[in-house]
Design a protein around this ligand. Sequence first.
Ligand code: HEM
Length: 442
Amino acid sequence: MSTARTIPLAGKSLPFLGHALPLLRDPLAFLSSLPAYGGLVRLRLGPLSLVMVCDPGLTRQVLLDDRTYDMGGPIMDRARKLVGDGLGTCPRSRHRRQRRLCQPAFHLDRMPAYGAVMADSCNAASTSWQHGQEIDVTEEMSTLVMGIVAHTIFSATAPQISQNIRDDFKAISKPAFWLMVMPPVFGRLPTLGNRRYQRAHDRLRSTVGEIIATRRPDATDHGDLLSSLLSAQDPDSESEHQALSDREVTEQVINIFAGADAAGPTLAWALYLLATHPEVEERLHKEVDEVLAGGPPTFAHVAELKLADRVISEALRMYTPTWFGSRVVTGDTDLGGFQLPAKTMIGWSPYLIHRLPELYDNPDRFDPDRWLDSQLDREAYLPFGAGGRKCIGNRFGINTAALALASITSRWRLRPVGDEPLNPVVKTMLAPHGVRLRVEAR
Ligand code: HEM
């Protein structure tokens, strides 16, 4: 049998930096180059060493077996400090209980109430635009989505407090990627950026904590996520752990904000792809006009917006915002014929898997209709992950994206400004950062 040492090392690894330079210079090309080394390849990012999985079957094996491949390792330890010790960041030993307690907040029967908030917010955003206006599509869509998330969590909170929460979350998420991958000492330096980050981090926790303390004695179901988290009961846990404590609810709320951050880039990519593929955009206009029949989109329309759904699926395939995930091996194991010792850090990337030509014909082509093909391997499509840690907000995210697309395309046609080539930047999320689109009335 092979040993972990025989897993090939990707291309040129520089002393100290490892593969950080090619990843920074052209992250997508770097990721796409990795499958040429085989099912597993070793990478070094500064002081971190990890094994990257490049095969769809092995990726699913890792995601489905959370006993052997747990949330942990240095990147996840830092993520926990940044975005809370909650559902998305906690180890398996605490995950099952938390998932059971959070699941009701995302149950299908709560979606219509969230859908009403989504539809109102999307309509308000798209009616505020002017013909000829240029928008930074990532900023605009992230603001829209964060507004929706804040409102669906805290429906009963004063707008100014909700705005403070969004501002603080934004201030935390901006440097998050660097704080996760750089040695921890950089985060402790007394720089202006680090002080700003710390202030936002502390204020966010205290604001959310105060809202929870006020809402805890109130048994009214406001129909929002917070009501559901506060009232959740888990009969399978010991009595003192049957409900989430105030501190746990705070951590979940921040984790949910962090997870939902992926929905903004999803929408931004979908709009960018439509703007650069006018023939698909025109077909979408036809669908939206027929389904909406001149009225504003509502939650009830989502199921009828079939092409919009395929556009979102294809945007999520080509540019999965959550482009990188990590796990830690809990005990010596074997993966794809290689031995992995305990504590090996594993990386997985839906971006990398979604561009494999053996899975998708012409994988770099934007083709929403490929999703009409029933032969397409749905198991290898992993924008939301798989197994016990699969995204809890997938329906929430898709519904938000569908309503926003319908609302925007019912009024506007978007066009790229200039012909600058796309230059994706590595951050926590893969997004068309800095891309501007011009809004034209239809
Ligand atoms: C539409 C775009 C979205 C994408 C592409 C996305 C992607 C993902 C992925 C890949 C994971 C699993 C990570 C892993 O296994 O390493 C995840 C987990 C999670 N997501 Fe999402 N997500 C999206 C939207 C949302 C929304 C809208 C919410 C909340 C409102 C959300 C909340 C979460 C949470 C809490 C987890 C942790 C689940 C667990 O470990 O049990 N996500 N997401």
